[in-house]
Write a protein of this length. Structure first.
Lengths: 414, 414
């Protein structure tokens, strides 16, 4: 099968990736020169695709392709165009550029639909500069928290000042907000950032939900002691206790039919000397599940398990919730249309949750949300090795274009 | 029971502890002003106890109390008088000061024995300054490694220069060595540095051996990944693997009838972010047992277990031995005499290994070795909270004095 839109998309992905703070590895941060250059390029592609464009007060790029008549509500397509540091080039741009290419194809064919299409490129989803994520989509959803304007970057510059220096007026951010009546749905295509589609040998998948996450900080306090002189049965070894907790968390999630994932990513044992029994250990727990109810049950089960371990080992346990994100379910009526489009392109329909966060987490406040995942090599993301085959980029574009052309607003009879 | 030598010993412990680099917490390091001041005080106490004294070329304090006639071989008693940083005041000095007090008691009673007694205070056992332990006892045993003269302290001063600045000539260190024919035995009294005697409710114990130690550096390499997007069954989580290893090491040692102790004191997980599956983990293993044969078997068993864990989890394992100390068994004929003395003082005989290292590890090369342990509070050591009750110091002195007065050289019939 020859590439339909894949070559164009991959070419544009590379052109956009050339706009980077560092020449070897992609880094494109909110409210920088690279942000502006990337926006200019994206806006030019949007114009070429027949869209009216706009650069909003938070730095999002917005393009509108009118429907059969002006002022119709829109199907909104989007993703983000900022990156983490030393990033891959697909995370964000693939969804945005694919959407532009789909609209360009409609435009080329002079195809108008009974609804408008808007394509939006969010200025900051990763939250690298001000340690606050989803800035672009929160502005559009009307949930931007003005307190983050006082957040400072590593150079001590506040977001407020950075916006001014960039030529944007923080007082106008409210005007970037859209209302529910303007949107028929929000659909985002994105790389999976995980290895599941690759394991399934499928180029695309239907996202069931953006998993909510709970992050916990745990600390266990026992008694430090000499590695040679304290017999095993008289020890209160905080690291041995933490190890048992880590094994228990993994075992819980591996066997959890509700499908949670749990990760201990950080651990610190004190005093940390080869010949001293650790007296105190801190570690984090990141727990995600496809429903809030299930995640909350899983958190409670895991906390109970580590409480039991601590009690049995006579360790003092402290557990605090440091972060919590609700689960964003994808709308069943939209999932059904995504599935139809996938079937229409000849692929098996496979559903999977998104463990990573996406702009849909903000957009759910003003629209029903759906996501299409595209396979990425080895599940690698946030890394220069992030890769999507041109054939998969093409498959994603075919599915998205079919989805757009066959789109029926909620409640519409077929 | 009123204190016999306990008050004198505890008083001297406190006087010696006042000689410290810092006023709040005891720190007494090799070849410093505090070393010299402590040596002067100890030599004065030795002289008062009727001993001929000598300050040898490595900075040891040596006192000799002649037997029934001059030039008899000696029973050597000793311990060290350097400390770790922010140390307790008992680790080392208790054995040295108790030995001096015992000799002082013999001297007061004009009691001469059919052998000489030598008391030796080793200048550096802890190895704080030059990261090389047992310097004093190695010089006496004739196993001092001249290459360590080139070792430098944190200020960049070599041991050779430090010796010169202190007024000692490194060329004379060889003359500090003693020969096997001069020594009938080496006996050291020391605080236990562990909680076993306290748990046994006993003031003193007989040491069976100074446990050998093997230290391993292990690293596990899996695959880093997004904490949300990689399903549990597709993970190669290096920290979950390390946790399973830590639990297995603890379980092995807890159930090891051979009596090994194993400690993972240090762990480092990379990249170490809350929301990233650790791709690589380094940790240390400290393993000790009362015989070299058993320790070597235990090391092999543990390595096999962690190899199995790594293989099952598809993690790359690297294990290196970073340090190895042979086991020093205490001589059965000496242990029998220690036990007799303990029984003679009305205490139950209890045997325990020494998990910590001691000067006997060097002295074994020129003499049979025995050790008497004295209970310390909570097993705490290398910490200002290190504490010995005066009654236990007294019990230790009574046992040591009885041991000296009833001492029969090896092979002597009762």
């Amino acid at each position: 099968m020859s590439s339909f839109l894949g070559d164009e998309i991959v070419g544009r992905i590379s052109r956009l990736a050339a706009i980077s703070e560092t020449s070897e590895q992609l880094t494109r941060i909110f409210l920088t020169e690279e942000h502006r250059a990337a926006a200019d390029l994206l806006l030019s592609w949007m114009r070429d695709a027949g869209m009216h464009v706009q650069f909003d007060a938070i730095g999002n790029v917005c393009g509108r392709y009118e429907g059969e008549r002006p002022a119709l509500p829109c199907l909104m397509l989007g993703s983000h165009y900022d990156s983490v540091r030393e990033a891959g080039k697909w995370d964000g741009p693939l969804g945005l550029i694919t959407a532009i290419s789909c609209v360009a194809d409609l435009h080329k064919r002079e195809r108008r639909l009974p609804f408008a299409i808007e394509v939006i490129g969010f200025a900051d989803e990763e939250g690298v500069r001000f340690a606050s994520t989803l800035l672009g989509s929160r502005a559009v959803a009307g949930t931007f928290d003005e307190r983050v304007l006082d957040a400072k970057d590593n150079a001590g510059i506040s977001m407020r000042d950075a916006l001014f220096q960039f030529g944007l007026d923080p007082a106008h951010i409210g005007a970037a907000a859209r209302s529910r009546s303007e949107l028929l749905a929000y659909i985002e295509l994105h790389i999976e950032q995980g290895p599941v589609l690759e394991a399934q040998n499928l180029p695309v998948g239907v996202v069931t939900a953006i998993s909510g996450a709970t992050r916990l900080a745990a600390s266990l306090t026992g008694m430090a002691g000499h590695a040679g002189t304290v017999p095993m049965l008289l020890r209160r070894d905080a690291l041995a206790g933490a190890a048992e907790c880590i094994v228990a968390i993994e075992e819980f999630c591996r066997t959890d039919r509700g499908g949670s994932v749990g990760t201990v990513g950080y651990i610190h044992a004190m005093p940390g000397a080869t010949n001293v029994i650790p007296g105190q250990v801190s570690f984090t727990i990141d727990l995600r599940a496809v429903s809030d109810a299930h995640r909350n049950l899983a958190v409670a089960d895991i906390v109970r398990k580590i409480e039991d371990i601590a009690r049995r080992r006579k360790l003092l346990l402290q557990v605090d919730v440091t972060h919590e994100n609700r689960t964003v379910p994808c709308a069943p009526w939209l999932k059904a249309q995504v599935s139809e489009a996938i079937t229409g392109e000849g692929y098996r329909v496979f559903e999977l949750p998104s463990g990573a966060g996406h702009d849909g987490m903000a957009m759910i406040d003003i629209a029903d949300v759906a996501m299409v995942f595209v396979r990425c090599r080895g599940g690698i993301s946030h890394h220069p090795d992030e890769h999507v085959d041109v054939a998969d980029a093409d498959a994603g574009a075919r599915v998205l274009l079919r989805l757009i052309e066959n789109f029926r607003p909620r409640g519409t009879r077929e």
